[in-house]
Design a protein around this ligand. Structure first.
Ligand code: PLP
Length: 432
């Protein structure tokens, strides 16, 4: 039982924390010196979060897509605690290793699309893409083609915040003020399932390769389904056709599955769904469901043949972290045991059907998505939907004109229906 006095204490504590936060923390993607009052979360369970004031929220984005198994899994806490008690960490540089990392690498390679044969661990997605870009360049360099340095990327693509991963990110508002970025990155148009524009995109790819010279291009990097760029699935023939052009020109294919791997689009890897045969797959987020930061870069045979014998002076202190690996193994157990990739398809279809009528509204350009990667594109900034829904206890994310919806894979049918109802209400509310 809590009384009015307890509530006043809780509010005072919340106010004090908020004030301290605004004074002490620079949050990602905010205006420095002009902080917003934070929502301070204290607890989570499944698809629900609670803040320090006791308000509950339905988590319609699972943070930044990182949490397929949902919040509050004691099993993952236990896996971490047990590993910390045994051995918290030792470097994986050189010839040091640890058992959870070894077991995780083996398990990932058995789950992954065919042809991926080795794993390089990281702390997250950006580091994974830095690693992929460096590996792709090194592969050609070591094979006696050092002039193959260009990375082909796509407008609207998001690959992270590091030197190379930001350079490959095709979203202008994220790049401004940080130049000059890594040179030799060239942008192509993005695919769009609803526009069936594969012919034009393949023609553009061929033309750019001809202009730049295939012998100067190291790799092509892309997300199977654009995430931050607006939850845009490709036409079904896009990836097989792009891949054929890349193969013919000896250009490596780096697939950024940081959002899509581990079930979100109904398969363990989106590469399976879209018929992609990647040379490198970059993962993070869902690998540990975000309980601990960790990523994994899966490297294919073509790359391994090219870099065979090359010295690789690359690594981050916490590579192959045993606690991260122990959590990842327990997380994969949950995904498997509960059949969550299939669940993503089923509940994703239910939510998509509920959102479909929004397409009739004048200010809605498109409702789209696959599995539990859903997006609604408006003809205006979507931040009003984010703030309105949040006031009513639903978290969705505004990215430019897009409303991003990507709940944990464990979201129940009732929660999914509540999400649909609130999204429909708040998208309608920002119309004229
Ligand atoms: N690539 C994609 C497709 C992402 O969505 C993200 C993060 O949202 C990243 C890369 C960067 O990952 P991280 O933030 O873990 O560095």
């Amino acid at each position: 039982e809590t009384g009015p006095g307890d509530r006043a204490d809780a509010d005072e504590r919340a106010d004090r924390l908020a004030e301290l936060d605004m004074r002490a923390i620079i949050h990602p993607h905010t205006t420095i010196g002009a902080p917003d009052e934070p929502v301070i979360f204290t607890r989570g369970e499944g698809a629900v979060l609670w803040d320090v004031r006791g308000k509950s929220y339905l988590d319609g984005t699972c943070g930044l897509w990182q949490c397929p198994v949902g919040h509050g899994r004691a099993e993952l806490a236990e896996a971490a605690a047990e590993q910390i008690r045994r051995l918290e960490f030792y470097s994986s540089f050189g010839d040091y290793s640890n058992e959870p990392a070894i077991r995780l690498a083996d398990r990932l390679l058995r789950l992954a699309p065919p042809g991926l044969e080795k794993v390089f661990f990281t702390n997250g997605g950006s580091e994974g893409n830095e690693t992929a870009i460096k590996l792709a360049r090194l592969a050609h360099h070591h094979a006696g083609r050092p002039e193959r340095t260009i990375i082909l990327a796509r407008t609207g693509g998001y690959h992270g915040m590091g030197g190379g991963s930001l350079a490959a990110t095709g979203i202008d508002r994220l790049r401004q003020g940080f130049g000059p970025l890594l040179p030799d990155v060239e942008f192509l148009g993005r695919p769009h399932a609803l526009h069936h524009d594969t012919d034009a995109l393949v023609a553009e790819l061929e033309q750019r390769i001809a202009e730049l010279g295939a012998d100067r291009i190291a790799a092509f990097i892309g997300e199977p389904v654009l995430g931050v760029g607006g939850m845009v699935p490709p036409p079904p023939d896009y990836w097989p056709r792009v891949q054929e052009v890349l193969r013919r020109n000896d250009i490596l294919l780096v697939v950024d599955e940081i959002v899509t791997a581990f079930g979100r689009v109904g398969h363990w890897f989106a590469a399976e769904r879209y018929g992609i045969e990647p040379d490198i797959v970059v993962t993070a987020k869902g690998l540990t469901s975000g309980y601990i930061p960790m990523g994994a870069v899966l490297v294919g045979r073509r790359v391994l043949d090219l870099v065979d014998g090359a010295w690789f002076p690359h690594g981050f202190t916490y590579n192959g972290h045993p606690v991260g690996a122990a959590v990842a193994l327990a997380n994969l157990d949950i995904l498997e045991r509960e059949g969550l990739p299939a669940r993503a398809s089923a509940v994703g279809d239910r939510i998509a059907a509920g959102l479909a009528p929004l397409a009739e509204l004048d200010h809605v350009r498109e409702v789209r998505g696959v599995g539990l990667m859903l997006g609604i594109e408006l003809d205006r900034d979507a931040s009003g939907v984010q703030s309105g829904a949040r006031a009513d206890g639903l978290i969705v994310r505004a990215a430019g004109n897009n409303v991003i919806i990507s709940p944990p894979l464990v979201i129940t049918d009732d929660q999914a229906d509540a999400l649909v109802r609130l999204v429909c209400e708040h998208v309608a509310a920002v119309g004229n």
